[in-house]
Write a protein that binds this ligand. Structure first.
Ligand SMILES: *Cc1c(COP(=O)(O)O)cnc(C)c1O
Length: 379
C-alpha cells in the first residue's frame, strides 16, 4: 500500500499566515521582547474570549497551573485531587508547587474525573481539585463544583486542551477560581513556541499571579515574595493575538470533523466515547479498541498516522511514583482506557475526504488474509 501519508496534524500556519508574519515583523520593528504591549493586548483579548475578568500570560501551561496553586497558597503538606489520564504535566505542576497529587478514577464514558471518586479521595489535607477537560471534552463541572463547595476546597481548571469549550453552556475556566491554558503549538490555540495563560475573575489572585510570574517583583527591582521566571514573550503574544480571531472558526471546523467521524464510524470495530456536552472542542478524537496496538499498526500501513493520549497513566510514571497518592477505589477505569485509546487525526483542516479515508481504513480492520488476489482466476 503506497497511499499518500495522512498526517496526524499540520502545524504550519495556513490562512492565518499573513497575520502571523505581520505580527512577527511588528515585534521585531518595535524592539521590545518581554512583558510589553503585545502581552497586555493579548491578555485583554484572551480574557474577553474566555469570559473572565483577567488573563495573565505565562511561559507554559504547566507553569500556569503551578503558579495558580502558589497564588492560592497551596504547597507543602497540601493535596490536589486530579486525573491520572492527562499529560503528565498537570501532576508535575502540582509537585512544582510543593503539593502532592492525589489521583481519582475516571468516568469511563466521559474520560474525565468521576465526581464520586473525587469525593471519596478528599482528606483533611485536600486543598484543591484540578479537573482536566481532556481532549476538549468538559469535565462534569456542576458536580465537581458542588463537591468542592461542600468541602470548602478550591477548584482550578486545566483548560490546556479546551480553549473555548463550554459545559452546560458556561465557558470552562469560569467554574473554578482560576484556569490554566497552554499555547504549546499542537493545542487548539497554539503559539510558534511555548506559551501559557492563567485566567481568573478574582482581582487579588490576578495581581498575585502576575507578581509570581515575574520573579515576585512588586516594583522594579523590588521583590516582595519569591516568584518564578515564567513570562509570555512579546513575539508569542503577538502571534497568539494574530491567531485568536481564527479560533472560533477552527473550533467549529473541529466539531464538523468530529461529527463526520461519528457519522461514519457506525459499524467500525471501535468504541467511540460519547460526546457528553455539545461544548466539546475536540482537541483530540480518541476511539477505543481492545486491539489498539494492532489497529494502530494497520492504520499506519494505510498511511494514517495516529497517536495514543496517553499510553501510561500518570500514577504509573516512574518519576512520580514516590510523590503521589491514590484515592480510594482504585484506578481501574483509567488503566483500562490507557490500553484501549487511540487518537485519530484531528485538526481544523481535516477534510471530508480525510475523514472518509480514515474510516474506510478502520472498516477494513481486521484485514482478511488473501494470498495473491491479483492472480485469482476468473470463475
Ligand atoms: C499541554 C498540557 C499541559 C501542559 O502545557 P505546557 O504548555 O506544555 O506546559 C497540561 N495539561 C494538559 C491537559 C495539557 O494538554
Amino acid at each position: 500500500m503506497s497511499a499518500e501519508r495522512l498526517p496526524f496534524m499540520r502545524l504550519q500556519p495556513a490562512e492565518d499566515r499573513p497575520a502571523v508574519e505581520a505580527a512577527i515583523r511588528r515585534v521585531i520593528d518595535r524592539g521590545w521582547f518581554v512583558l510589553g504591549p503585545e502581552v497586555d493586548a493579548f491578555e485583554q483579548a484572551f480574557a474577553r474570549l474566555c469570559g473572565t475578568r483577567h488573563a495573565i500570560g505565562v511561559g507554559t501551561g504547566t507553569d500556569a497551573i503551578a503558579i495558580i496553586l502558589r497564588g492560592l497558597g497551596i504547597g507543602a503538606g497540601d493535596e490536589v485531587i486530579t486525573t491520572p489520564l492527562s499529560a503528565a504535566y498537570s501532576a508535575l505542576a502540582c509537585m512544582m508547587a510543593g503539593a502532592r497529587p492525589v489521583f481519582a478514577d475516571l468516568d469511563p464514558e466521559r474520560l474525565t474525573l468521576d465526581p464520586a471518586a473525587v469525593e471519596a479521595a478528599i482528606t483533611p489535607r485536600t486543598a484543591a481539585i484540578l479537573p482536566v477537560h481532556l481532549y476538549g471534552q468538559p469535565a462534569d463541572m456542576p458536580a465537581i463544583v458542588t463537591i468542592a463547595s461542600r468541602h470548602g476546597i478550591a477548584v482550578v481548571e486545566d483548560c490546556c486542551q479546551a480553549h473555548l469549550a463550554t459545559c452546560n453552556g458556561q465557558p470552562v475556566g469560569s467554574f473554578g477560581v482560576a484556569a490554566a491554558y497552554s499555547f504549546y503549538p499542537t493545542k487548539n490555540l497554539g503559539a510558534l513556541g511555548d506559551g501559557g495563560a492563567i485566567t481568573t475573575s478574582d482581582a487579588a489572585l490576578a495581581a498575585k499571579v502576575k507578581r509570581i510570574r515575574n520573579g515576585g517583583q512588586t516594583d522594579r527591582y523590588h521583590h516582595g515574595e519569591m516568584g518564578v521566571n515564567s513570562r509570555l514573550d512579546e513575539m508569542q503574544a503577538a502571534i497568539l493575538s494574530a491567531r485568536l480571531p481564527f479560533l472560533p472558526g477552527w473550533t467549529q471546523a473541529r466539531r464538523i470533523g468530529a461529527a463526520a467521524y461519528r457519522r461514519l464510524l457506525t459499524g467500525a470495530p471501535v468504541v467511540v466515547p460519547p460526546q457528553a456536552d455539545p461544548g466539546h472542542v475536540y482537541h483530540l478524537f480518541p476511539v477505543r479498541s481492545p486491539q489498539r496496538d494492532q489497529l494502530q499498526a494497520w492504520l499506519l500501513e494505510q498511511g494514517i498516522e495516529t497517536l495514543v493520549h496517553y499510553p501510561v497513566p500518570v500514577h504509573l510514571q516512574q518519576a512520580y511514583l514516590s510523590r503521589i497518592a491514590l484515592g480510594a477505589g482504585g484506578l481501574a477505569e483509567t488503566e483500562k482506557a490507557c490500553g484501549e485509546i487511540l487518537s485519530l487525526p484531528m485538526h481544523p483542516h481535516l477534510s471530508d475526504e480525510d475523514a472518509h479515508r480514515v474510516i474506510s481504513a478502520l472498516l477494513g480492520y481486521p484485514p482478511v488474509a488473501v494470498a495473491h488476489p491479483e492472480k485469482r482466476a476468473d470463475p
